[in-house]
Design a protein. Structure first.
Length: 484
RNA sequence: GGGGCUAUGUGCUAACCUGGUAUGCUACCGCGUUCGGGACGCGGUGGUCUGGGUUCAAAUCCCGGUAGCCCCA
């Protein structure tokens, strides 16, 4: 494809979606896209990784209905206010107009918590940690973009209940740890976790914490967020337990929402290069593609036979491999599979067949870096080279992310940082709506920058630091970036 | 939320201004030759987003709808 990702991200993004077969954007409903096999296979692997992490940390799967009666949806005041403008409604079934409208879930609090009220009676029922992998619908009014912001997206939502605030806060920390373990360590996507300002919380939450990553065009993209819901929903949905003293108490709740379809968009945007996708070894639909070299001077039959022998060897060890024996020329196949981000290519011609060897090329290797090894050592080498490729992707992504963090004390410095595509750390007056939102509005208006929040565990600025905008004493270091 | 641009076969595109048989590449199908970095020859299938209007005649001009892209807030 040969489009410079960092200079022309939008064009790169659209081209790779179509050329690598990730999605088809021609479905005729605005903001809805068709996810094609190549992206779905990776997303299923990502779902599996995330679900394994959730279950290892005590979550159990469930599946709740996609439709929510309007009366349930309206039970928690702030939540309704926040989400109502984004809801798709079902008003008719067959030829009958429904007596009560049904919301297509934009998120599932109001579907799940009425059931939680039935399930939770006492301490023995706590903690309750449930997740579901599903799709949700939001009538987005901002410009939609496939994977990043569509009106239907695929995610996991975990909804947890605890007896105490302390446990709930502990869950928020655990959600951040899971994000680090999966999104950063496994998917290789760097991010910073921010506590969102009071004016930018999840509707109905006490606190919202969200991971922001950085796209090649210098805009941040919100990845998983976790919310301390306090007892707001519990009181509204009547989710109470009987405590040690025999008294009824509302449960403390958290919810956590990694959007797999969006994280996948971040994954290929962060790791891709000018030749196409570059996928981490564990999340590639095909980890190894075997390209047989046939033709004159080659014993075609022997080459194909050997290629299939190698394939069987790899499959037997659980490596996702395939032989590309279509009639195209090898050069065409090299480009095709590079575009698709397959981590390892094996070339097999007459020479390899005869010597029982394989020639390996890694997706991220410089041109003409090939390595010929024996079949017997192939599994070991492929596994270690695959892991090394994933590590290189992580290191490269970290380096890029790290080099796009900046600091500023003045509006001019902030402007310069934003224009370089950085996430900029500034001293800031307040995260409270009444005191701090005015400055955020001005920064947005003047510099097209968004105050994303404060870093979860960062110390307050030293005495004497003043807000980048209003010059009042700074209570926090805030992070400002252009956003999707 | 505001503004701009666009829609022709799978994709890209010519014809649009100035209305009159829709061009080329790619992909796809068939046959043959090819194959260690995007092969080639010959033959073939397939198209003007949608609804209305103007006109003898609409891909082309006008109005609405739908969808996409870009810019600004």
């Amino acid at each position: 494809m040969d489009i410079d990702k960092n200079k022309n991200f939008s064009e790169w993004f659209n081209t790779i979606i179509s050329d690598a077969g990730l999605a088809d954007l021609r479905y005729n409903v605005k903001g809805f896209v068709v996810f094609r096999p190549w992206s779905v296979k990776s997303m299923k692997l990502m779902y599996a990784a995330y679900e394994a992490e959730l279950e290892a940390r005590g979550h159990s799967p469930a599946l709740f209905p996609a439709l929510i009666p309007e009366q349930n949806f309206k039970i928690e005041g702030e939540h309704v206010e926040g989400f109502t403008p984004q809801v798709f409604w079902v008003e008719q079934a067959g030829g009958n107009k429904l007596e009560e409208r049904l919301a297509m879930r934009p998120t599932s609090e109001t579907a799940m918590y009425q059931m939680y009220a039935l399930w939770i009676q006492g301490l023995a029922d706590l903690p309750l940690k449930i997740y579901q992998s599903c799709q949700v619908w939001r009538y987005e009014t901002k410009a939609t973009k496939p994977f990043f912001r569509s009106r239907e997206f695929h995610w996991i939502e975990a909804h947890d209940c605890f007896a105490t605030e302390k446990e709930a806060r502990g869950q928020v920390r655990e959600d951040m740890e899971m994000t680090e373990a999966v999104v950063h360590q496994q998917f290789g996507i760097p991010f910073l976790f921010f506590q969102r300002p009071e004016w930018d919380k999840f509707p109905g939450a006490v606190h919202t914490y969200a991971a922001d990553t950085l796209m090649p065009d210098g805009r941040v993209l919100q990845l998983p967020s976790t919310h301390l819901l306090g007892t707001n929903f519990a009181k509204a949905f009547n989710v109470y337990y009987q405590d040690e003293k025999g008294e009824k108490s509302p449960v403390w709740q958290t919810c956590y929402g990694p959007a797999i379809s969006r994280i996948y968009g971040a994954l290929f945007s962060v790791h891709g290069d000018n030749k196409g996708l570059v996928l981490p070894f564990d999340f590639a639909p095909v980890q190894v593609v075997i390209v047989p070299i046939l033709g004159k001077g080659q014993d075609g039959e022997a080459v194909l036979k050997y290629a299939n022998e190698v394939l069987a060897h790899l499959l037997h060890d659980g490596i996702r491999a395939k032989v590309d024996s279509t009639p195209s020329t090898p050069g065409f196949k090299y480009n095709h599979w590079e575009m698709h981000g397959v981590p390892v290519r094996i070339e097999i011609g007459g020479r390899e067949a005869e010597a029982k060897q394989i020639t390996l090329v890694m997706r991220d290797a410089p041109p003409k870096t090939k390595k010929t090894i024996s079949l017997t050592e192939s599994i070991m080498v492929i596994r270690s080279e695959g892991a090394a490729l994933s590590s290189r992707l992580l290191a490269k992504a970290d380096a890029y992310f790290g080099s796009h963090l900046a600091q500023a004390k003045t509006m001019d410095e902030l402007k310069a940082g934003l224009e370089k595509g950085c996430i900029v750390r500034v001293p800031y007056c307040s995260m409270e709506k009444t005191e701090g939102k005015g400055c955020a509005d001005e920064i947005k208006a003047q510099l097209v920058g968004d105050v994303r929040g404060i870093k979860y565990d960062e110390k307050a600025p030293a005495h004497g630091e003043t807000c980048v905008y209003c010059q009042k004493p700074a209570q926090h270091f805030a992070y400002v970036a252009r956003q999707y």
